[in-house]
Design a binder for this molecule. Structure first.
Ligand code: ZN
Length: 221
């Protein structure tokens, strides 16, 4: 965060991202959007204060079936540490503090392995619960594991202004709003010149990291 601030990056809210996707805003120079997947308790205990100290905004992607529970959903790799997930009241507090609240599906399903009906249910249940508990309809979905659904993205576009995937690269002008890429924060190493956004080496560096990770996971996961 200190590096982003020092380099003059502004943070974009989810409302601004939706406006950018719709062409209602012009892209600012040096802007980033910060998205925290899974709504872990560490957002409340750690991240919130850090972001506030830099005047940054961010959004949280909620797995609605796990609110107030933990991140031990089916399919969660054993090596991922378990954390408590924020409850509805804590999520409401974040919303009141200016955080964007977006969908991360209902069960954290890998969307390349669900039927069209399951895809719709994952999105609709998630939207319904966010509206019911937080009185806000999510403008965006973050695909679990960064994996977009197979087949048409029309059902996603019918429900959300933006869909965030993986890919570990900066956004390009020709990226459609149903598959905006994201860079995992662990890949952002400002101490190394090659690993900073804006430098000539950043794209190739991210590509190598992404490829190594895919290989380690057995191809593309
Ligand atoms: Zn996730």
């Amino acid at each position: 965060m200190a590096d982003l601030a020092r380099r003059g990056h502004a943070t974009l809210s989810i409302d601004q991202l939706a406006a950018l996707a719709a062409g209602r805003l012009t892209w600012p120079e040096r802007a980033v959007a910060l998205i925290f997947d899974d709504a872990l308790e560490t957002i409340r205990t750690d991240a919130h204060a850090v972001l506030e100290s830099f005047g940054f905004c961010a959004s949280v992607a909620v797995v609605t079936s796990r609110v107030g529970l933990d991140n031990a959903w089916p399919g969660q790799p054993a090596e991922i540490p378990r954390f408590r997930v924020l409850d509805w009241s804590e999520l409401a507090d974040l919303g009141d503090a200016g955080w964007g609240i977006i969908s991360h599906t209902h069960t954290h399903a890998a969307l390349d392995r669900v039927t069209p009906d399951q895809l719709q249910a994952e999105m609709d249940t998630s939207i319904d619960l966010l509206v019911q508990h937080l009185d806000r309809r999510p403008l965006a979905i973050a695909y679990p594991y960064g994996i977009e659904p197979t087949g048409s993205l029309e059902p996603v576009a019918a429900r959300f202004a933006i869909a965030l995937g993986g890919g570990n690269r900066p956004l390009r002008p020709d990226d459609g709003p149903m598959r905006w890429p994201r860079i995992e924060s662990r890949y952002y190493l400002p101490a190394l010149p090659c690993c900073r956004p804006g430098g000539a080496g950043f794209g190739p560096y991210l590509g190598i990291r992404h490829r190594l990770r895919s290989l380690a996971r057995g191809g593309g996961r």
